[in-house]
Write a protein that binds this ligand. Structure first.
Ligand SMILES: Cc1cc2nc3c(=O)[nH]c(=O)nc-3n(C[C@H](O)[C@H](O)[C@H](O)COP(=O)(O)O)c2cc1C
Length: 414
């Protein structure tokens, strides 16, 4: 019986354990987690979501308070078009985050950054350009383009000296999205180095509608594999979403996948950026406490625990400090929803907004508990302490369990 360790992922001159730990914003796939993935010979992701805020938390910088101060005058204004990021400061924050992570890297694996197009930051092209290029400047091993079609993202890096050497990949949830990407970038004569095929059981935002349950990862991955074979395109395919055991991973590797991307199992590791009490919420969750809803202002469905404090919260939009989802004209669906509720309940002390959430604020504060479909199985991956709480795992333990387990087994911590 095969194990994940019987396979290797070849990316350029690297030969890797075919396990990629997926990007989890905001700072859930923290540098410590990504570094473990690389140390153990696989691939770890940091996230480029809200990097200035992440930098403030880890490195005592003051990017957020400086921006908030600069635009304080606009806080009561629902038009946020003037609330722009300083591109120089954004570059500095990204270089700091990526640079420090890369300096700490040990082992033969790689560190990639997950870069979401949906973070439009009130100037979509300009901010994305800075984020991508600053990550390359700071020596990131690779960039995974996510949450969007990214039709113009390669062109934003085209004249960067590392454009043809860094590993660049994209996450798609359909063959159509991949075909669009390939067609749009054909003139650049540069294929993606890998394609992550993310199915509907993943955590975070989903690349499907609310009819996500009609789709399944295996069919999409097979369709994409067949297409690439027919087109004679040798691009490694990396399925993601609901791959919970080493045996699940092997079933994909045996049928043509080059690696797997996994995330949920790592949310309850010490190295994951979630606070310890939130990790316990993930452990405890039952299947009926997990939902896919439309409260993200991005317009994409998102999976999360129903107990997330972000659901129904009615805080004032915080775009002067954050503003990562402003669309380029100073709008965000949460601002519209919030203003509607304020108008409807002028006397209310606490505004309740049910249909949208202030995602920047709640992701920053770890109050939006986004999670994968199989989060309810995490309780079977650990043991309990005398006080009833679950024992946190190490990233190494989970990585090794994926790498060496067979027969659908999950190794419990010693
Ligand atoms: C808590 C959490 C946060 C996530 N955040 C992101 C993200 O910011 N960007 C992204 O592209 N994918 C995100 N994902 C998706 C993962 O990178 C990964 O592809 C997927 O969850 C793998 O499926 P699994 O969780 O069932 O292993 C997130 C997943 C989780 C569990």
């Amino acid at each position: 019986m095969k194990r994940v360790d019987d396979f290797r992922l070849k990316l350029g001159d690297s030969e890797l354990v075919p396990i990629m730990i997926g990007g989890m914003g905001v700072d859930i796939s923290a540098a410590a987690l990504a570094l473990e993935g690389a140390r153990l010979g696989g691939i770890g992701h940091i996230s480029d979501a809200m990097v200035p805020a992440v930098s403030d938390r880890h490195f005592k910088t003051r990017f957020v308070s400086e921006k908030a101060k600069l635009f304080k005058y606009n806080a009561a204004n629902s038009d946020k078009s003037k609330v722009l990021f300083d591109l120089g400061r954004l570059a500095e924050a990204t270089q700091n985050h990526v640079g420090r992570t890369m300096q700490s890297k040990r082992g033969d694996g790689l560190i990639f950054i997950n870069c979401m197009e949906k973070l439009t930051m009130n100037a979509p092209r300009e901010t994305l350009r800075v984020r991508l290029r600053s990550a390359l400047d700071a020596g990131i091993d690779g960039i995974t383009l996510s949450a969007g079609l990214h039709l113009g993202s390669f062109a934003l890096m085209e004249d960067h000296p590392r454009f043809r050497h860094a590993r660049l990949g994209i996450i798609v949830s359909s063959l159509r999205a991949l075909q669009l990407f390939l067609r749009k970038n054909a003139r650049l004569n540069r294929l993606p180095d890998y394609v992550i095929v993310e199915g509907p059981l993943a955590g975070g935002h989903l690349g499907f509608g609310m009819d996500w349950a009609k789709y399944d990862l295996r069919s999409i991955a097979t369709e994409i594999l067949q297409y690439l074979q027919a087109e004679k395109l040798a691009i490694p395919i990396i399925p993601a979403g609901g791959i919970f055991t080493g045996s699940d991973a092997v079933s994909y590797l045996e049928t043509g996948a080059a690696a797997v991307q996994v995330a949920t199992r790592f949310t309850v590791t010490r190295e994951c950026g979630l606070p310890e009490d939130v990790k316990q919420e993930y452990f405890k969750a039952s299947e009926d406490e997990i939902e896919v809803n439309m409260i993200s202002p991005t317009g994409y469905p998102m999976r999360m625990l129903k107990g997330s404090p972000a659901i129904g919260a009615g805080n004032r939009p915080n775009c002067e400090a954050y503003g990562y989802l402003l669309d380029g004209s100073g709008n965000c669906a949460y601002i519209t929803a919030y203003n509607r509720e304020v108008l409807a309940h002028p006397e209310a002390k606490n505004v309740v907004v049910l249909d949208k959430t202030c995602l920047c604020t709640h992701m920053r504060n770890f109050d939006c508990w986004t999670c994968g479909h199989y989060t309810y199985r995490l309780k079977d991956t650990s043991t309990r302490l005398p006080d009833g709480s679950y024992r946190l795992l190490t990233a190494e333990h989970v990585f090794h369990d994926y790498r060496y387990s067979t027969d659908g087994n999950i190794a419990l911590p010693a």
